[in-house]
Structure formats: structure tokens, C-alpha cells
Write a protein that binds this ligand. Structure first.
Ligand code: KIV
Ligand code: NA
Length: 279
């Protein structure tokens, strides 16, 4: 397969062929995405929680995103690589946002960047980053970086006023020139109403129902690399946290019972060398 381009993704939308996106945060997760044939890989700031163990995404640094993104980049050849601009890396000014986006592209090999929100000041950031020649993916609905202001991690747009705001934000992001927009945790009915208005941007959903042009899930959620069950929209395809714990537990048992290492795990020494050593 050849590296996927933005025109190819746009063609997928026109042809009605669903686009597959997944997050990755390191070399093995990126390799899994590459080998499974996904279209877009997102180094999400969800990595703050999934791999760095933080309890929200607000504290992750741009420097930390760069480390995760470089590792993911090394595992990828084909999918488009999108990297999240973390909270605090775009809020101060358009110039700060451009500087942060440039670092993700130049120092980690991002093909595009994603930022949350679609209000007037966010649109200004999007335009500035686009003017620097960097493709931008938008993200509206549940935007975890500002979850406190939204009233917590819960579906957005279930009342007409909030729904109308989400419609306006998504349209503004399209208008500004985002090649794609993520809709997170909004009613399926709202997505259905919105899609005919988003003909010029690739709409990727997560907890937004089936009407989008594609879907995204967090790697650790879909593979069960976590405790607990996760959000309502998550479908689990494996239970790797349990598999990992089980593997380490069996290793610990074997060390304690001296079943490991076995003779075949050891290195040998020629008998005459051993004799020479002894004398
Ligand atoms: O950080 C992330 O994983 C995301 C996706 C859920 C869209 O932003
Ligand atoms: Na994110």
C-alpha cells in the first residue's frame, strides 16, 4: 500500500466508503494500525490517560506529545498521521498555535494536527495553522480538554441550544478549511442532521452514531488495555490488559518455583575452557 493522501480521503467520502481511524502512542500500537490497514492514525492526547496514567488530558505537555508521536511515526508508512495539539499549546495566541503545530510536523513527522473546539477564537487558530501550510482536523461535541467547562465527560448536544452551537462550530471548522472534523459523544440524530451540511470535510465519529464518513476509537479501549468498561460507545475487540497481567503472573510463578529459566534458556561453555578455569 502507498501512503494515504488527503485527496484519497476526500474521494472515500464522495464514494461513501467508511474511513477507519484509530489512536496510537508508540511503535507497537502504530505497527498494529499499519498492519491492520487503517486509514488514519491519531496520536491523541488521550495518551495522557492511556499510556501516561494521568486522570485527564489537561496536563500533558507538547514535549510529551512529541515523544509519543515520534515513536508512532517510526511504526507507520501508510496511514495519515494526525497529532493532537495538547491543552495549553494553542490557547495563548495564534502565533503560539502555529509554533506548536510546526513542532509536531517538523520534530515528529505529523501529516496534520488536531485541535479541539469551534468557537471564534479556535477558528482563528485553525486559520493561522492552515496559513502555515499544515492540514487541520477539527473536533467538536465532547471536547475533553475543556470537559470541566462542559459539565464533565458526558454526551453533548442533547438540548436544542447546545446542538445548535455544535452545528455552528462544525460548519465554521469546515468553512475555515479543516480537511476533517471529529464529532465526539453527540446524539446520532444530531449527526444525521449535520452530515448533509458537512459536504466539504471528512466527518469522523466517536460516539456520534453511524451516519459519519468514518469512525475513530482509542486503541486501549478497543483492545481492553485498561481496567473498567469505558464509555458507552466503546466496542471491545480484545482483553489485552487481562492477557498482559496473566502473562506477567505466570512468569512470576515460574521464577518463584524455579521452573524458569529452563536448561534451554542458558548459555554453555566448552568443557576444556571450564577445566582451564578451574585449574
Ligand atoms: O485523544 C483522542 O484519542 C481523541 C479521539 C478520541 C478523537 O481526540
Ligand atoms: Na484528543
Amino acid at each position: 500500500r502507498k501512503p494515504i493522501t488527503l485527496p484519497e480521503l476526500a474521494a472515500r467520502k464522495r464514494a461513501g466508503e467508511p474511513v477507519v481511524m484509530v489512536t496510537a502512542y508508540d511503535f507497537p500500537s502504530a505497527r498494529a494500525a499499519e498492519d491492520a490497514g487503517v486509514d488514519i492514525v491519531l496520536v491523541g492526547d488521550s495518551g495522557a490517560m492511556t499510556v501516561l496514567g494521568m486522570d485527564s488530558t489537561v496536563g500533558v505537555e507538547l514535549e510529551e506529545m512529541l515523544v509519543l508521536a515520534r515513536a508512532a511515526r517510526r511504526g507507520l508508512r501508510t496511514p495519515l498521521l494526525v497529532v493532537d495539539l495538547p491543552f495549553g499549546s494553542t490557547e495563548v495566541s495564534d502565533a503560539q498555535a502555529v509554533t506548536s503545530a510546526l513542532r509536531l510536523v517538523r520534530e515528529a513527522g505529523a501529516d496534520a494536527v488536531k485541535l479541539e473546539g469551534g468557537g471564534p477564537e479556535r477558528i482563528s487558530r485553525v486559520r493561522a495553522i492552515l496559513a502555515a501550510g499544515i492540514p487541520v482536523m477539527g473536533h467538536v461535541g465532547l471536547t475533553p480538554q475543556t470537559a470541566t467547562a462542559l459539565g464533565g465527560y458526558r454526551a453533548q448536544g442533547r438540548d436544542a441550544a447546545t446542538a445548535a452551537r455544535i452545528v455552528a462550530e462544525a460548519r465554521a471548522l469546515q468553512e475555515a478549511g479543516c480537511f476533517s472534523v471529529v464529532l465526539e459523544a453527540i446524539p446520532s440524530e444530531l449527526t444525521e442532521l449535520l452530515l448533509p451540511q458537512l459536504t466539504d470535510t471528512l466527518v469522523i465519529g466517536i460516539g456520534a452514531g453511524p451516519a459519519t464518513d468514518g469512525q475513530v476509537l482509542v486503541f486501549h479501549d478497543l483492545l481492553g488495555i485498561r481496567e473498567g468498561k469505558g464509555a458507552k460507545f466503546v466496542q471491545r475487540y480484545a482483553d489485552l490488559q487481562d492477557a498482559m497481567t496473566d502473562g506477567v503472573r505466570r512468569y512470576a510463578e515460574d521464577v518463584r518455583s524455579r521452573a524458569y529459566p529452563a536448561p534451554e534458556h542458558g548459555y554453555g561453555m566448552p568443557a576444556e575452557e571450564l577445566e582451564r578455569l578451574r585449574t
